[in-house]
Unconditional design. Structure first.
Length: 40
């Protein structure tokens, strides 16, 4: 039972990391769009 709880906690931490990575990549995409518009 304890192992399952630790496993769930690790999955939860992974999901949070993935969510942060996705939002970071979206942020970089937006920055790329902005710099592209400035240059053109």
């Amino acid at each position: 039972m304890v192992q399952i709880l630790e496993f769930e906690r690790e999955i939860f931490a992974l999901e949070n990391q993935i969510r942060e990575l996705v939002s970071l990549s979206h942020m970089y995409d937006n920055v790329g769009d902005i710099t592209h518009e400035i240059r053109s």
